[in-house]
Design a protein around this ligand. Sequence first.
Ligand code: HEM
Length: 147
Amino acid sequence: MNEYLSMLYLWLKSAHLIFVIFWMAGLFMMPRFFVYHQESAVGSEEDGKWIEREGKLRKIILNPAMIIVWVLGLFLAYDIGAFSQGWFHAKLLAVLLLSGYHGWMMGYVKKLARGERTMTDKKLRLVNEVPGIAAAIIVILVIVKPF
Ligand code: HEM
């Protein structure tokens, strides 16, 4: 039974990482989409195509991947008793910030669909650094577990 449970843990951890990759890929792609989208004229055919692409990325990859990462991550945390460990508190904080970034992006998708373009390309390229930095911090926290 114990052997079965530890195998299950490894399968779930693999699934966690697979969906982390999908989530991160979406988080990296979306701001690039925003930059290209903003090059098209509001109401043009190109604008419509970008709205459709962003909608698909949001519905098919970003939202489902984030939910699955959270569900599996919380299950893993419960299984190894991580809720009382320092590295996990720090990871949780980083993951909450990353989820906030995800939420901001979903808001910007809706703004672009309404024809509102409130951010410059330069700012969009700058915020695009957020997922990379967060991912580096999170991976170090889960693997090195410095505290
Ligand atoms: C969304 C909420 C998340 C929760 C609650 C969560 C929780 C966990 C837990 C408890 C583990 C098991 C650690 C172990 O077995 O020692 C784990 C593994 C892992 N997580 Fe997450 N995680 C989340 C999101 C993420 C994200 C966004 C990333 C990367 C950007 C990530 C990267 C990893 C990696 C690389 C491992 C494997 C660590 C190892 O096997 O040594 N996780 N996660």
